[in-house]
Design a protein around this ligand. Sequence first.
Ligand SMILES: NC(=O)c1ccc[n+]([C@@H]2O[C@H](COP(=O)([O-])OP(=O)(O)OC[C@H]3O[C@@H](n4cnc5c(N)ncnc54)[C@H](O)[C@@H]3O)[C@@H](O)[C@H]2O)c1
Ligand SMILES: [Zn+2]
Length: 351
Amino acid sequence: MAVVTVQASKSYDVLISSGLIEEAGKLVRGVCSGGKALIVSDENVFSLYGEALSRSLEKTGFQVFTFVFPSGEASKTLSTYARILDRLCEVNASRQDVTVALGGGVAGDVAGFAAATYRRGMGFVQVPTSLLAAVDSSVGGKTAVNLEGGKNQAGCFYQPDLVIADTDTLSTLPEEEYRNGCAEIIKYGVLGSRALFESILEKPVREDYARVIEQCVQIKRGLVEQDERDTGKRMLLNLGHTLGHAAEKISGYSIPHGQAVAMGMAAAARAACARSVCGPEVCKEIEEALALYGLPAAFPFTAGETASACLSDKKGDGFSVKMILPEKIGVCRITDIPADELISWLKAGGL
Ligand SMILES: NC(=O)c1ccc[n+]([C@@H]2O[C@H](COP(=O)([O-])OP(=O)(O)OC[C@H]3O[C@@H](n4cnc5c(N)ncnc54)[C@H](O)[C@@H]3O)[C@@H](O)[C@H]2O)c1
Ligand SMILES: [Zn+2]
């Protein structure tokens, strides 16, 4: 089993291996002194892994409760959040008890926000079952729900007590969700590790889950430990996301996140190359890696509509946009682009 320890405002382990759901009871017991566990999961994931997780928790003496919601981003709402809090109240959970998020980023984000705010913070364990959640959302402590006004507009930082990534769960992941996760993995390679980037060109991610997840988590751990609240270096994780979020928004969220990140990363690389931040071989390598995983490199929107979407993003201030630009594979820089220069940067990126 691989163990990556994150030392942020809380110190916790990320465990990565096959067969971990069977062991979850023992593992959660190691970080939780309470007697009750609330499993928060979506319908798809709960039907696949809910029973095994419940059984394992019960074996170590937990009284197990469940909260299951319809799968998908549409459930990441204040209403789901409030219903989780009501469920915690109903079972009279204490601060020593634990909420266990079983699923992808949606389950992790909404359950984490509820755990962070129920009685000002209770035990919280992440059991990521999507590739994206294993390499990204389950680590680092960002929790959130969406508001009418936009994605992730209400939330807080709340690190988990433990992350249990059972690689067996990835065998049931739909192909599109696999590709979404691979876009984030390519992102990690470009922003932090040439070795990771090369290794996933040589061997498909799905043949090497544990090692790839461990490497991604190590990169994220490094950035979270230096900049937990996302005001500096952690922003490197937004590679492909500045333009990717714009593409998601303009498409009315019909473009899946991973595809949006892929096209955003490729456009950022083209812009970086046009402005001599990197050489043309960097663009070529990124585009080839994306193609290998069935991910798009062309950006399907105009510079004008993309610039408007970028400038209204919650992460910006409306006057400038932070773009993450590759210098070479494994090294990126954060660049502040003033609003009046954005369109020319986007055009340089091929928009
Ligand atoms: N907190 C963070 O740092 C962070 C980082 C990145 C993304 N996110 C958030 O994560 C969310 C996206 O996460 P996601 O892509 O995991 O979405 P998701 O949770 O909706 O999962 C995607 C789909 O895969 C299904 N699924 C998950 N695991 C499965 C399995 N093992 N077998 C079969 N089906 C499975 C789910 O039911 C769902 O239909 C977004 O809301 C995003 O904002 C958060
Ligand atoms: Zn992402």
